[in-house]
Design a protein around this ligand. Structure first.
Ligand code: EPU
Length: 293
């Protein structure tokens, strides 16, 4: 049986992708798959691997720039995998599709400490883990106990953090994240934890353009340097291509002022890359993934 037939009850056709991304840019997925459990994700992965069908896994759409037009590769979307459980000791088990912003807010509100430093980071648990998301106040790897990945053979394998290859804004995982085990602590002073969360959000809100669609920082910071500062010093802030602009607030953000197209955003990314290369001799590493058709 073809994988299309086998997974027909979780397939949608012609699904618009832009609304599922924080950039609000991108075309449509010809085939869009929504697995309902870790097991189904693993089965799907094995079936696509067997059929030699390259695919994409969308996550929360927070770190991708998707080309306009029709994408023929199947897209996997995990919005039906959002179970969270925890015990009294703060051992949380979070499915890959759970919205991370929500998890941070809920755990802090319920008196748990450990995620407040990751305030305001969009995306789903799986992508957050794969990117080792974080910033000035911590990285998600600091609270990860294990990661359960679906392998191309269709198994679910639980990995210790040491086997995940976590580094600055990346990991080396041998499969697709299905579920993540976190260790949070009962906050000794829940009100203080809540106000730490609020102060991090405030600091971010004053230095980053959070109210306008973007994919956050486009580039990883080279060791000891800030891309935002370099872009500012090069006079590139405010630079525009169509409705895409290099943010006036933070130079490492390219924002969508309305109807920005894939090509507009990419042109600005390339402008930053070539300008930084000329001025500093540095090849920037893209944090945002570019997905062509
Ligand atoms: N700066 C400028 N001009 C700018 C931007 C920044 O002069 O346009 C200066 C700031 O004044 C600051 C320094 O550069 O002194 C560093 O900037 P900032 O503190 O804003 O942090 P960042 O290093 O640019 C990092 C992460 C962010 C994360 C923040 C806060 C990277 C590439 N960026 O930004 O992550 O939100 O710390 O934790 O690691 C993301 O990954 O998408 C992202 C936004």
């Amino acid at each position: 049986m073809s994988w299309q037939k086998r997974f027909s009850d979780i397939i949608e056709e012609q699904r618009p992708l832009a609304p599922l991304t924080t950039y609000k840019v991108g075309g449509v997925a010809k085939t869009f798959l929504r697995p309902r459990s870790a097991n189904e994700l693993a089965e799907l992965y094995a079936a696509l691997t067997q059929a030699e069908a390259p695919f994409r896994i969308l996550g929360g759409g927070a770190n991708v720039l998707i080309e306009d037009g029709e994408h023929t590769r199947p897209f996997i979307y995990l919005d039906q995998m959002k179970t969270v459980t925890h015990d009294d000791e703060g051992h949380f088990e979070v499915e890959a599709g759970y919205p991370f912003l929500k998890l941070v807010n809920e755990t802090v509100r319920e008196g748990w400490a450990g995620l407040e430093g990751l305030a305001g980071i969009p995306g789903q648990m799986g992508g957050i883990c794969t990117m080792n998301a974080g910033g000035r106040w911590g990285e998600v790897k600091d609270v990860i106990r294990w990661v359960e990945v679906a392998t191309p053979e269709g198994r679910l394998v639980r990995l210790e953090p040491g086997a995940c290859g976590f580094a600055y804004r990346r990991s080396l995982l041998p499969g697709l994240v299905a579920r993540v085990g976190l260790k949070l602590e009962r906050s000794a002073d829940p009100a203080a934890t809540r106000s730490r969360l609020a102060s991090f959000l405030k600091a971010k809100g004053s230095s980053q353009p959070l109210k306008i669609p973007s994919a956050g920082c486009c580039f990883a910071n080279p060791e000891g340097m800030s891309v935002g500062r370099m872009v500012e010093e090069l006079g590139l802030k405010g630079e525009r291509r169509g409705d895409a602009a290099i943010s006036d607030i933070h130079g490492n953000f390219i924002v969508n002022l309305g109807q920005a197209r894939f090509d507009d955003v990419l042109a600005l990314m390339e402008l930053v890359e070539s300008s930084v290369k000329t001025a500093h001799g540095i090849d920037l590493r893209r944090e945002v993934e570019i997905w062509r058709r």
